[in-house]
Structure formats: structure tokens, C-alpha cells
Design a protein around this ligand. Structure first.
Ligand SMILES: *[C@@H]1O[C@H](CO)[C@@H](O)[C@H](O)[C@H]1NC(C)=O
Ligand SMILES: *[C@@H]1O[C@H](CO)[C@@H](O)[C@H](O)[C@H]1NC(C)=O
Ligand SMILES: *[C@@H]1O[C@H](CO)[C@@H](O)[C@H](O)[C@H]1NC(C)=O
Ligand SMILES: *[C@@H]1O[C@H](CO)[C@@H](O)[C@H](O)[C@H]1NC(C)=O
Ligand SMILES: *[C@@H]1O[C@H](CO)[C@@H](O)[C@H](O)[C@H]1NC(C)=O
Ligand SMILES: *[C@@H]1O[C@H](CO)[C@@H](O)[C@H](O)[C@H]1NC(C)=O
Ligand SMILES: *[C@@H]1O[C@H](CO)[C@@H](O)[C@H](O)[C@H]1NC(C)=O
Ligand SMILES: *[C@@H]1O[C@H](CO)[C@@H](O)[C@H](O)[C@H]1NC(C)=O
Ligand SMILES: *[C@@H]1O[C@H](CO)[C@@H](O)[C@H](O)[C@H]1NC(C)=O
Ligand SMILES: *[C@@H]1O[C@H](CO)[C@@H](O)[C@H](O)[C@H]1NC(C)=O
Length: 604
């Protein structure tokens, strides 16, 4: 019985197979039905269907093209602040016919900078019409004018720009006028967002198109628009850092806060303190050479991004420092790897610098010296300064004995004194390496930066506080006269939601959060999303960071009165551009919704 059934079904199967083959031959000739997009009431919607021709696809089949000029701000991200006019129609142009004219850039350093920044734009255009860009006779000339001499990016840098695009038959003229090269670079980034490509690469390649009639005047609201990456808990190859910086530059984020070291590992390979990486890196491959650090600074700068280095201290320091005792320098780090770790710190491995060992400062000085000599003069420096576990110091004989023999108590406040003495000595060493006392020093908020006591410990002229608690602390510190960077953990920490009891926050929550207002709002410099890397490495970085970091970019650049729902379709387009830069961002809507603006309004 069983074998009979088996023979019958095989015969049926063969019969079906033949019939199916005949049917598919006819069905294969059926064209795909493609969607036609049209801008109606500032929304790109599907306005019709047409049989797709195999050879080309029409310009109206591209939602990307539709969004270039649809709505007040097209697909610009972040949207400009002062004036935006983007008119229809779009114009085609050829990749080979683009000319940059920087003859009106203020100085030679500026011209060199703009040449490199223009090349970033060109390579981005090459990727969007990959593998073949359809040639077109229309010429595109970009005139760049700046007035201020070249300097590095600071909080006071004027990042504004004016961008005009006009088209006269087959000549497209772009004029970018800015005070600084960073403003002009922002203009190039906006230009990039006014360009897309459509077409089917399989057949004729892709055609570049751009908005041909545009006037934009733009300037950011906040000066510090950051993203923080922790390269100590897990190592990230340079390529991961570079593509992150590509995406930052394209989103007009301007600070890469490099949380380079922690108790887990010390990946910076520094010529004056080679022991640190030898003893502290996870492997010889998992290091950043001095030359790589130096090159990365320029790489970032050309993308409008300054790097602020953090060497966390006196807590969150460990591997890299452990060789001191054998070398006859005493303990520079204490509590390293103490067990059970819960008794000495907040996460394993424990480790804190020994504030009483003079060699600690000598070796900090060697680290600082190397950094100071590659970073721009006066660049801000992050000293960490969070989460000192008093219990570690208070259970270390060397420290307790010193406290007692120096007539200090073992109270919380006596330890706060020791902690601030550490910072102020480290600062003296830092200033000594720089040669002046003008560098901005950043520390995380902590017991020491409590608004009730901070003035006793940290000079507001020198210290900026990065606040991870709620808004109250930011406002109180700013009202006291401290500069503040907002990094509220329950919104901006991108590892939240991956460990209990924390919660995941979508891009919308990040977008909707307005920075607190203080009496002197100029002191609230901006904010950062933070990627602590317990749960991230090269393979999982992008999906955690993007597009959430970009959501903060618009909040900080534009600070719009509207919320995420009004921004969603521009962000969808921006996400596509991030993909073209090699990012693998998280998906934020089904494709069906992507094609039907206004039909998927969901407020989470
Ligand atoms: C596609 O082509 C078929 C056959 O030529 C035609 O019957 C059909 O109406 C067309 N559909 C559209 C949406 O144009
Ligand atoms: C789309 O564009 C093609 C070619 O430009 C045109 O033939 C077609 O009518 C357009 N479709 C719609 C619905 O506008
Ligand atoms: C650049 O533009 C200026 C006018 O703004 C013109 O005089 C100069 O010839 C142009 N340079 C090049 C290389 O085309
Ligand atoms: C476009 O550029 C090409 C090459 O530079 C030049 O020969 C041509 O005259 C230009 N066309 C227009 C319309 O300016
Ligand atoms: C930046 O420069 C532009 C152009 O010179 C100027 O209009 C604007 O007010 C400046 N912005 C600030 C914050 O100084
Ligand atoms: C841009 O166009 C506006 C309006 O035509 C004009 O007032 C402005 O001066 C132009 N700016 C630049 C940089 O060309
Ligand atoms: C450590 O440095 C301090 C301050 O410079 C100095 O007073 C002290 O004598 C030094 N201690 C040792 C053991 O060298
Ligand atoms: C030790 O500290 C106490 C209280 O802080 C103070 O009264 C006393 O004079 C100090 N003694 C010495 C020897 O410094
Ligand atoms: C330090 O330890 C002593 C006892 O060893 C204790 O009395 C004191 O309260 C501790 N200090 C702090 C700040 O916990
Ligand atoms: C501004 O300062 C006043 C007086 O110090 C205080 O009452 C008020 O709360 C402050 N406002 C803000 C927004 O912090």
C-alpha cells in the first residue's frame, strides 16, 4: 500500500512539473508592475502603476527622486534652520562634468581642506550610481567661498553656510558661501542630500539627478553634536571607526568622543608609553598605532568631525597599568581584578589609579604628551572622572595608612578631597605638556560634580561636565556657570535595553527629547549618544547606533518645535544615504509604509 501511493505521487509530480513549465514560460513574459510616485500635499505617494520596461526605469518610478524636492525640506537631514527653498523639477547631470572652484576660499590650508572635502563628496556620488553612472552632458560647477582663515573645530566655530543652486539650460551652478571651511563643508553635505540617482544598474546604469533651483541659509543650534564610542570593553577596527565618522559627517554630527581606555583594555599604542598597549591591549592586532590616531584626526576633520579623546581616570583604569610594581614603580593601579568584584567596583574588572603614587602622574604625563602632540593645540580633553568606588581606596592599606598619617578622616568627604586632588594634579600635568592652561577639560558627572559641592573641587573655568543623570543636574551646573554636555543615560545610552533593568529607546524618543534650558543656555553645549561596548563590536555596531545617532543630529542642529512623526520620512531617506556610505542601520519601518507616506503614523 505504502509503495503504491509513492509511485502515484511521483507520477503526479512529473505531470505537474511539465504543466508548470509551460505555464511559467507564458508568465515569465508578464512585466512587473512598477509604482509611480508623485508629490501631493508635500508627501510622496504612489500615484499609479505602469508596466515596467526592462531596459530602463523611469524617473517617476523613484521615490528617492520624488523626495528630493517634495515638502518644505525635501529629504534634508538635519533640516536647515534659517531658510529653505527647494523647487521642482530636478535636473540630470554627469559625474564626469563636476568642477569645484575654490579660488575664493580664504587661505591655502582652507583650499587644501576643501579639496579633500570635495573628494569625499565625489566618492559618495560614485557609490550611489555604482556600478555605472549614466553619462550626461549637463555640467555642474561648485563655487566655494570662505572668509575666515583655517583653524581647527572648536565649540565657537561658525558652522553656518549659504547654498544656492541655479540651472541655466545645461549648466548647473552651485554657490556655497560660509565663514569657515566647516560651514562650507556643511554646504557640500547638504548638496549631497540634494542629489540622488535612479535607474536599474543591471541594464543601463544609474543616472544622477539633483534639485536644480535651491536657496538655503543654515546654521546649527547646538555647537556640540556628539557620538561616543568605547573601544576598551571591545575593540573596533579602524574601518568601523571610519565608517562611523563618515555617517557622522553626513549627519552633521561634529564630535567623535573617543572613550579609548577603561579598566578592560588599553588599545592606544603610544610611543612614550608603549607598556600601556603591550600590557593592556587584547592582542597586538587590537591596537591603534600612533600614526593611525594621527591619520584618523585628519580623516575626521575633513568630515567636519573633531575627535575628543578620553583617557578615563582615576576609576575605569586597569589593564595597561599593571606592570608598574614589577618595574619598581609601585602600584600605579589598585584593586585590579579584585574579587568578588561587586565589593570594589561597578563591573568587572575592577581597577583604579593610585592617586598617591607619583609615578601614576609621570605615566599619565607620558600618555598626555603623546596625545597633545598629535591633537590640535587647545583641543578639549576628557579625563573621565566617573564612578570612583571609594570602597576600593578605603580597603587599600597604602591609601588608608596615608590618610591616617596625614590627619585625614576616612569619610566620604575626605575621599572626595583625595579624588579632586587627583584631578587637579592630572590637570597640572596636562597643562605642563600643552604649555598653557587654556585647554577645556571634560569630566563625567559624579559625586564630585554634585552641584552642592562641585565648586569646592573643580574650577568652572577649566572643567566642563558631561552629565548622564537627568536634566536637573545639567540645569543646576549650568546655572552655577559650568559648561555642560548632556548624555542622559536613560535616553542617549545606546546599550540600554540590552541589559536589565534598562529600557531600549527608539530613534523617536531620542528625537523628541529637548535639551534642558538653563538661565545661561549658552552653557548647555549640546549632547551625545553613547555606545558603551559591553554588547557591541564591529559586527553589531551599526544597528545599535544608526539611525538613532542621526535622530540626535537633527535635534541638536535644528532643535525643531515638531516631533519625530513630522521627521520620519526624511529620516527614511537619510537612512538610505547612510546605507550608501556602507552603514548597516536598523530598519525603522516596513517597506509598505515607506511607499505610503502618512498611512503608518505610529508613535513608538
Ligand atoms: C501592462 O501591460 C498589459 C499587457 O500589455 C496590459 O494589459 C496592462 O493593462 C498593463 N498594465 C498597466 C498597469 O499598465
Ligand atoms: C512616468 O514617466 C514616464 C516617462 O517619463 C511617462 O511615460 C509616464 O506617463 C509617467 N507616469 C505617470 C503616471 O506620470
Ligand atoms: C574659478 O572662478 C573664478 C570666478 O569666481 C574664475 O575667475 C576662475 O577662473 C575659476 N577657476 C577655474 C579653475 O575655473
Ligand atoms: C561642460 O564642460 C565641458 C568640459 O569641461 C565643456 O567642454 C562644455 O563646454 C561645458 N558645457 C557647458 C554648457 O558649459
Ligand atoms: C556665523 O556667520 C554668519 C555669516 O557670517 C553670520 O550670519 C552668523 O550670525 C554667524 N553665527 C554666529 C553664531 O556667530
Ligand atoms: C543666494 O540667492 C539669494 C537670492 O537670490 C541671494 O540673495 C544670495 O546673495 C545668494 N547667495 C549666494 C551665496 O550666492
Ligand atoms: C610626590 O610628589 C609630591 C608633589 O610633587 C611631593 O610633594 C612628594 O614629595 C613626592 N613623593 C615622593 C615619594 O617622591
Ligand atoms: C588634624 O585635623 C583636625 C580636624 O580637621 C584639626 O583640628 C587638627 O589641627 C589637625 N592636626 C594637625 C596636626 O594638622
Ligand atoms: C572606610 O572604612 C572605615 C573602616 O575601615 C569606615 O569607618 C569608613 O566609614 C569607610 N569610609 C567610607 C567613605 O566608606
Ligand atoms: C534661573 O535662576 C533663578 C534664580 O537663580 C532660578 O530661580 C530659576 O529656576 C532659574 N531658571 C532656570 C531655567 O534654571
Amino acid at each position: 500500500m505504502g509503495s503504491w501511493t509513492c509511485i502515484t505521487s511521483s507520477a503526479l509530480l512529473i505531470f505537474h512539473f511539465l504543466a508548470f513549465n509551460e505555464a511559467t514560460a507564458a508568465e515569465n513574459n508578464l512585466p512587473f508592475i512598477s509604482k509611480i510616485y508623485k508629490c501631493v500635499n508635500d508627501k510622496c505617494i504612489i500615484s499609479g502603476f505602469q508596466n515596467e520596461t526592462k531596459e530602463i526605469n523611469e524617473i517617476n518610478e523613484s521615490v528617492d527622486v520624488c523626495r528630493l524636492t517634495c515638502g518644505q525640506h525635501g529629504s534634508l537631514w538635519p533640516r536647515p534652520t534659517i531658510m529653505t527653498t527647494i523647487k521642482n523639477p530636478v535636473v540630470k547631470f554627469g559625474l564626469e562634468n563636476i568642477v569645484f572652484n575654490s579660488s575664493s576660499v580664504a587661505d591655502e590650508f582652507g583650499k587644501q581642506y576643501m579639496a579633500e572635502a570635495s573628494e569625499v563628496l565625489m566618492s559618495s556620488l560614485r557609490t550611489i550610481c555604482k556600478p555605472r553612472c549614466v553619462p550626461n552632458d549637463n555640467n555642474l560647477t561648485v563655487f566655494i567661498t570662505t572668509t575666515a582663515p583655517f583653524t581647527n573645530i572648536k565649540w565657537s566655530t561658525n558652522e553656518s553656510y549659504e547654498l544656492n543652486i541655479s540651472t541655466d539650460s545645461d549648466q548647473i551652478t552651485v554657490k556655497i558661501t560660509a565663514r569657515t571651511v566647516y560651514g562650507a563643508r556643511n554646504g557640500l553635505e547638504t548638496l549631497r542630500q540634494l542629489i540622488t540617482a535612479y535607474g536599474r544598474p543591471k541594464f543601463n546604469g544609474k543616472t544622477l539627478v539633483m534639485a536644480g533651483d535651491v536657496q538655503i541659509v543654515d546654521e546649527p543650534v547646538y555647537a556640540h553634536r556628539g557620538f561616543m564610542l568605547d573601544t576598551s570593553r571591545n575593540y573596533f577596527p579602524l574601518s568601523a571607526i571610519k565608517r562611523t565618522i563618515d555617517a557622522m559627517g553626513h549627519s552633521k554630527l561634529n564630535v567623535f568622543h573617543w572613550h579609548a581606555t577603561d579598566s578592560h583594555s588599553f588599545p592606544l599604542d603610544l610611543p612614550s608609553a608603549p607598556q600601556m598597549a603591550r600590557y593592556g591591549a587584547y592582542s597586538p592586532e587590537k591596537t591603534y598605532s600612533y600614526k593611525e590616531i594621527k591619520d584618523l584626526l585628519r580623516y575626521a576633520l575633513v568630515r567636519g568631525v573633531r575627535i575628543i579623546m578620553e583617557i578615563d581616570s582615576p576609576a575605569h583604569a586597569g589593564y595597561g597599568w599593571q606592570w608598574g610594581k614589577d618595574a619598581g614603580l609601585g602600584n600605579m593601579v589598585i584593586c585590579l581584578g579584585n574579587r568578588p568584584w561587586e565589593d570594589y567596583c561597578l563591573q568587572p574588572p575592577c581597577g583604579q589609579l593610585n592617586p598617591l603614587n607619583n609615578h601614576t602622574y609621570t605615566w599619565l604625563g607620558k600618555i598626555y604628551k603623546d596625545l597633545v602632540s598629535v591633537f590640535p593645540k587647545g583641543e578639549a580633553f576628557h579625563m573621565g572622572g566617573d564612578e570612583v568606588a571609594v570602597r576600593c581606596w578605603n580597603t587599600t592599606d597604602e591609601i588608608v595608612e596615608w590618610m591616617q598619617s596625614n590627619n585625614r578622616s576616612l569619610s566620604e568627604s575626605a575621599y572626595l578631597d583625595l579624588w579632586s586632588e587627583f584631578h587637579n594634579r592630572a590637570l597640572t600635568v596636562y597643562d605642563d605638556k600643552v604649555g598653557d592652561s587654556n585647554s577645556d577639560i571634560i569630566v563625567w558627572s559624579s559625586g564630585l560634580t554634585d552641584p552642592e559641592i562641585i565648586e569646592k573641587h573643580l574650577d568652572k573655568k577649566r572643567y566642563t561636565v558631561e552629565v548622564w543623570q537627568g536634566d536637573r543636574v545639567s540645569v543646576d551646573l549650568a546655572n552655577l556657570g559650568y559648561k555642560v554636555i548632556v548624555a542622559v543615560e536613560d535616553i542617549y545610552y545606546l546599550d540600554h535595553g540590552l541589559r536589565p533593568p534598562t529600557t531600549y529607546h527608539s530613534w523617536k524618543v531620542i528625537y523628541n527629547n529637548k535639551l534642558p534650558m538653563a538661565n545661561n543656555s549658552n552653557l548647555i553645549l549640546g549632547a551625545e549618544t553613547c555606545m558603551f561596548s559591553e554588547f557591541a563590536d564591529d559586527f553589531s555596531l551599526d544597528i545599535k547606533v544608526w539611525p538613532r545617532a542621526a535622530a540626535l543630529a537633527e535635534r541638536l542642529w535644528t532643535d525643531p518645535p515638531t516631533n519625530a512623526l513630522a521627521a520620519e520620512y526624511r529620516l527614511l531617506q537619510h537612512r538610505e544615504r547612510l546605507i550608501s556610505l556602507g552603514i548597516k542601520p536598523d530598519r525603522i519601518t516596513p517597506e509598505w509604509c515607506n511607499d505610503r507616506e502618512g498611512e503608518c503614523i505610529i508613535s513608538y
